[in-house]
Write a protein that binds this ligand. Structure first.
Ligand SMILES: [Ca+2]
Ligand SMILES: [Ca+2]
Ligand SMILES: [Ca+2]
Length: 325
């Protein structure tokens, strides 16, 4: 992200408590999802991992806690295939390179993806103790994060989730907290991610959102989504787009589409609205999505839209009127 701009956006836009859970409140997604490494890809996870970054503002000096809801794989929320035999590792990284290493921002766990210093790790199988309950990492000193004040306003932590055995689906949520025993927001903190894997609502009337930030070097985006099961539409609302749709994938396949950026969209967020199919009811739908710019670099999604939720401006998006003879 453009350094100076980000600092100014942080001043303009105070991140509120809504930025602390992942998925975020504004996203309206029920859970993140990751499968064990023997999972059937057709169930909605292409490579059995997830990477989430948290930024803690440099002004925050008290310890932080990274809490995971339902970290185990087993029980009501999770997706069972045969026996519950899935083990998943959650690891937290800070220090130099945790975020800035290029391998940490790719679509695959290749190279030095686990860059930085491992601060904590724990693996979970099926465990009723954590079923619909929280596990807490920490206390963590914020200064153990990678210090990136210009790019992200403070200290950045990387959370790596890896399915290390089994074939079941793990559904879970995060919360960045000031307390170990409850969810109390760290003011000014937020999360971001490059390749996002989540569960859609079963309820067809729910609308979910993801918020990529279009920085000043983006000319076009190529979106890729996996195993969407043709479940409705994904559309872009921005200052210049009033519902441009992304190509949505079917079962166990990728779909890609290219979207040009209007100059007025630079340094604004997109509201990518996820609207479920009204005609066919699709339950337990796990999906994957990522965006690349014209250089093939991944574009960040933010847990809250940087600069606020964009509103379509008719004057920008207006097409010339057709001239009739
Ligand atoms: Ca779970
Ligand atoms: Ca299983
Ligand atoms: Ca799916």
């Amino acid at each position: 992200m453009h350094r100076i701009l980000f600092a100014s956006l942080l001043i303009f836009f105070a991140f509120k408590a809504v930025a602390q859970p992942v998925p975020a409140i504004d996203e309206n997604l029920p859970h993140l999802v990751t499968f064990g490494n023997m999972g059937d890809r057709a169930w909605g996870d292409d490579d059995y991992c997830q990477v989430i970054f948290f930024s803690v503002p440099k002004s925050h000096t008290d310890p932080i806690f990274i809490r995971v809801y339902d970290p185990d794989t087993g029980g009501e929320l999770d997706e069972q295939k045969g026996e519950w035999d899935t083990r998943m590792t959650f690891s937290i990284y800070g220090g130099k390179g945790a975020c800035t290493n290029e391998d940490a921002k790719r679509i695959n766990l290749k190279g030095n993806y686990n860059s930085g210093t491992m601060l904590a790790t724990k693996s979970f199988a099926a465990n009723p103790r954590y079923d619909k309950d929280w596990y807490t990492f920490g206390p963590i000193n914020p200064s153990e994060g990678e210090f990136l004040p210009d790019e992200y306003g403070g200290y950045v932590f990387k959370v790596l989730v890896q399915g290390v055995s089994g074939d079941d689906g793990n559904l879970y949520n995060f919360f960045l907290s000031r307390k170990s025993t409850e969810n109390l927001a760290v003011e000014g903190a937020f999360a971001f991610y490059y390749k996002y894997k989540f569960r859609l609502h079963d309820n067809q009337s729910e609308i979910s959102h993801i918020y990529p930030f279009i920085d000043d070097k983006v000319q076009s985006i190529k979106q890729s989504n996996f195993d969407w099961d043709n479940d409705g539409i994904i559309r872009i609302i921005s200052v210049a787009k009033n519902g441009e749709t992304l190509k949505v994938s079917g079962d166990n396949e990728w779909s890609k589409s290219l979207h040009n950026i209007h100059p007025s969209e630079r340094n604004t967020s997109y509201d990518m609205q996820i609207i479920k199919s009204k005609s066919s009811r699709i339950n337990n739908n796990n999906v994957v999505i990522y965006l690349e710019n014209q250089y093939g670099e991944l574009i960040e999604f933010y847990s809250v839209p940087i600069g606020g939720i964009p509103k379509y401006k008719y004057s920008i998006g207006m097409k010339p009127k057709t001239i009739r003879n």
